[in-house]
Design a binder for this molecule. Structure first.
Ligand code: PRX
Length: 668
């Protein structure tokens, strides 16, 4: 239902059908619970904790924290001293509650027809086997295990088997290169790697085991040999693929190990604050940050968000198209989902293969009620003939969700009107690897929606905006998005670098967690995320820092200086544009361009390859030598007004630069 607001922007009210079934069916009810969650967070979360199994209760306070660097080091502890096991809560408890025969996952591979499914009972057996395999290979509580796998049930089994024995999983997205994988294995000091032979993304083959082998050679060279590499045989293709490297000294076959492992494995009882996983995300220095999440708080927060934000009922079928290698996959394909005894669809393909109807086909076949995807995918699919969507009924859908980037109002409307036939609310969820789960988002039955706004804070989250000086802006305004208080699902540290954790999130504005995003708050208190305010690019939902790309560009022997900025892109949201200054007497040509692209592909991954590489005589700099990326960004975004250029060393050079860039951009 649509009605106009005072500022003439349309507002979409929850429909009767959605409200009828919703846990929270009015804005007043949401607000009442929100206020209670803010007034007494301990009482609020303690009550939610009673839904789960704790071997022992917290030894001290339920919540203990310091959020203000002026008062000392930052720490956040929920339920320290309580013991539990998250895998036990997700799987064993679900079975004890009578859901053993329920399907936990439907899996669909890249090729239509590649299908599997697994019940909670069978999932538990597989997890126990895998946990025993890990134990047999010497993995103990606290050890780190790297996982570099396709989007499969086996990857989920691997993650949960770590959780079962108290090991810490470090999932690395299967689009990362050997270098990036090695960097993460070394940084996390992972003892073991689990991978697969390879996988297809559409028609593109990804040689996972070859990449893993290269990465492990690098790890060895860097003095961090990994004891074992377990390889799942995932490929069942008749297509010719390159030979798969194998070294009996460290490689082991998943199938062989699993076949002889016991189906019983007692859970390891761990502390509420023991680490559950590390997930690397880009940082503005170029060195990835190992975001560390712990056990008890993450369980409470992800379970609560999954239940209320998707209004999940046990008969619903949830489909999140996000990859397990990102936080979306961790929180919504694994932890939050299983904590709510869900049935989920895990998809290991791409939305346009074999054709642009793949998502809608999956939705019809699995009777998906709740579909969660990224604006990039929506923008890709809305370019295609609408018949790809309308060919399928999508009648099972109730709720649609979006994550990863701002969703522009026209994509929002296409998602709402075409995909959801104007029946399904769009749940635009704002969150980050660090926040564990959404922190600003609507609830389906209670929040009036405004296309382009992530709406209101979730329970327990005190979100606000501050100006450049860290002064809180009250009411309407535009500023830096910060959070005033701890919530259970937030990251506790950057692995091995707590100083960086404090400097990144707590130093910019004392007393607040700083998201790194800008936001506008309207008269109704709705938040409109305006994008990163730091040197971070968001390309197809992948966060990449400018420093990370620039340091790789500099590895080419002809490059003297480099700057990376983002341009706006109709599908990817943002695309990467790079400017390079060549060393003397070097000439730019196609060979050099492909060399630079391949360095980026090898060092980071294909998703970070720039759309444009532009040689320039000089980069715009201020007297101190700092590159004015802001100017480059304005030029590539064709913003007419460049702002103050008086601090530039050579203000006249900017016109020449603009001419060069615009000419090249026209040719793209
Ligand atoms: O800039 C915001 C954007 O994605 C960043 C977090 O990226 P990452 O840690 O990779 O996690 C992505 C999946 C949760 C944020 O700082 N972002 C995420 N969701 C939204 C968003 N921007 C606007 N609207 C969103 N709904």
């Amino acid at each position: 239902m649509k009605s106009p607001t005072t500022d003439s922007k349309p507002i979409y009210l929850p429909s009767d059908a959605i409200q009828k079934r919703a846990y929270i069916a009015s804005l007043d009810e949401y607000l009442e619970i929100y206020n209670a969650s803010i007034k007494d967070p301990v009482k609020f979360w303690e009550k939610i904790a009673t839904d789960f199994f704790w071997k022992t209760k917290p030894a001290g306070p339920f919540l203990n924290y310091n959020f203000d660097l002026n008062k000392g080091n930052i720490f956040i502890k929920w339920m320290e001293g309580a013991t539990t096991n998250i895998c036990y809560n997700l799987v064993d408890k679900t079975i004890q509650d009578g859901y053993g025969d329920k399907i936990a996952y439907y899996w669909e591979g890249n090729e239509p027809g590649e299908q599997k499914q697994i019940t909670y009972q069978a999932l538990l057996k597989a997890i126990c086997k895998c946990a025993n395999v890990l134990k047999g290979l010497g993995i103990k509580k606290g050890d780190r295990v790297a996982i570099y796998m396709p989007n499969t049930i086996e990857a989920i089994v691997a993650m949960l088997s770590c959780a079962r024995i108290g090991a810490v999983h470090v999932v690395v997205f299967a689009g990362f290169s050997a270098n990036a994988l090695a960097e993460r294995i070394i940084a996390a000091q992972a003892k073991l790697l689990i991978t697969a032979d390879g996988t297809f993304r559409g028609t593109k083959f990804i040689a996972l085991k070859s990449i893993a082998t290269q990465a492990l050679m690098q790890c060895k060279g860097a003095g961090h040999p990994v004891s074992h590499c377990i390889m799942l045989k995932h490929l069942h293709t008749t297509q010719q693929i390159p030979e798969i490297p194998w070294d009996d000294a460290i490689d082991c076959a998943w199938e062989r190990l699993m076949a002889s492992a016991s189906e019983v494995c007692a859970p390891e009882w761990v502390d509420g604050e023991d680490p559950l996983f590390i997930l690397y995300t880009s940082g503005s220095t170029g060195k990835p940050k190992g975001v560390l999440h712990t056990t008890g708080g993450y369980l409470l927060y992800t379970a609560t968000v999954f239940k209320y934000v998707f209004d999940y009922h046990p008969e619903d079928i949830f489909f999140c198209s996000g990859d397990l290698g990102w936080i979306t996959g961790h929180t919504f394909n694994v932890y939050g989902a299983l904590a709510c005894k869900s049935t989920s669809v895990v998809f290991d393909g791409i939305p346009t293969y074999p054709d642009g109807g793949r998502f809608w086909d999956l939705i019809d076949r699995y009777k998906v009620t709740t579909f969660y995807t990224a604006p990039t995918a929506i923008r890709t699919l809305m370019q295609l003939p609408v018949s790809y969507v309308t060919k399928y009924s999508r009648a099972s859908l109730r709720i649609l969700g979006s994550v990863g980037e701002p969703i522009d109002p026209s994509s929002w409307r296409w998602f709402y009107e075409v995909v959801g036939s104007s029946r399904c609310p769009i749940i635009d969820t704002f969150w980050q690897t660090e926040t564990g789960a959404p922190i600003i988002c609507p609830l389906p039955g209670s929040t009036p929606l405004k296309p382009g706004s992530a709406t209101l804070p979730f329970w327990g989250i005190v979100a606000t905006i501050v100006d450049e000086d860290g002064i809180e802006i009250i009411g309407r305004g535009k500023g830096h998005l910060v959070i005033k208080n701890p919530w259970p699902g937030m990251a506790r540290t950057i692995d091995g670098d707590h100083q960086r954790f404090q400097a990144t999130y707590f130093e910019p504005y004392h007393g607040y967690y700083y998201t790194g995003d800008g936001a506008q708050r309207d008269a109704d208190g709705y938040f409109w995320i305006t994008g990163r305010t730091d040197d971070m690019l968001n390309c197809s939902g992948h966060l990449i820092s400018t420093a990370e790309i620039e340091s790789v560009l500099m590895q080419h022997p002809s490059v003297a200086e480099a700057a990376a900025v983002s341009a706006l892109h109709a599908i990817k949201g943002e695309s990467i544009h790079c400017f390079i200054v060549l060393k003397q007497e070097q000439l730019y040509n196609e060979i050099m361009e492909s060399e630079i692209k391949s360095i980026i592909r090898n060092q980071i991954g294909a998703f970070a390859v720039p759309d444009l590489i532009q040689p320039v005589p000089a980069l715009p700099k201020v007297g101190s030598g700092k590159i004015m990326r802001r100017l480059l960004r304005k030029i590539v975004r064709q913003e007419g007004h460049l702002g103050d250029t008086s601090t530039l060393v050579d203000p006249n050079s900017i016109d020449q630069l603009r001419g060069l860039i615009l000419n090249k951009a026209k040719m793209l």
